[in-house]
Design a protein around this ligand. Sequence first.
Ligand code: ADP
Ligand code: MG
Length: 250
Amino acid sequence: MSNAVLHVADVHKSFGGLRALSDIDLQVMEGTTHAIIGPNGAGKSTLLNVCIGRIAPDTGAVVFDGQVITGKRPHEINQMGVVRVFQTPEIFPDLTLLQNVMVPAFAKRDGSFRLNALQLTSGQSAIREEAEHWLEDVGLYKQRETLAASLSRGDKRRLELAMGLVQRPRLLLLDEPTAGMSRHDTNATIDLLKKFKERGMTKVIIEHDMHVVFSLADRVTVLAQGRIIADGKPDEVRGNPVVQEAYLGG
Ligand code: ADP
Ligand code: MG
């Protein structure tokens, strides 16, 4: 039996009178890619924010690797190995690609984002080599000394991915990894994420693009109006009339 890396247990969350999440119970199994889909306003981002500690649920709990993480601070949850990328661009435009990846690598090592220019410019270090390794992995090694500001949209996302990977995530959460991308960049991202999947990385992907979902996901959870309306293998979910209605009516 495989084990659950993440268990969202009976989570509820309201904003004023609005029920953003009701009765959410889901498990992300080790080594799987688990997609969360649903129309706009369904509660996907809220759910992700609950998982990373940015939003506290009203009731229920989030269990990561058997430990309750509800109530822990976002940086503590991050230090435990839960890494979120995308949605908000969190790169440093005035630093080189290499420096961008070194920042989270130092933060992971030191448990703090406070670092100085000397650390980022010093010639040889294990951190630098690690950053180079992950830039190579996402296909950006050649551009390592260019400024992040000059990257295309697709390459900025690759950079963010490298910044996530350098933290050696136990669980990677991707919020709409292909939003706003051209078809070409989307396909390149799918290939990259497939490579991580082959390595056995556990991932949660929030995604609108059904092509991406059905190319990558082992399991799909469908949210609508804060509730889980379907959960299963991609093919089961795809043919579900309730899901089709939520999308068409939503
Ligand atoms: P999704 O990511 O699926 O589009 P969200 O999780 O962003 O959905 O939002 C779910 C619902 O909760 C929406 O109706 C949204 O307007 C509302 N909501 C989200 N965050 C807040 C907030 N901080 N305050 C009030 N309402 C919010
Ligand atoms: Mg969202």
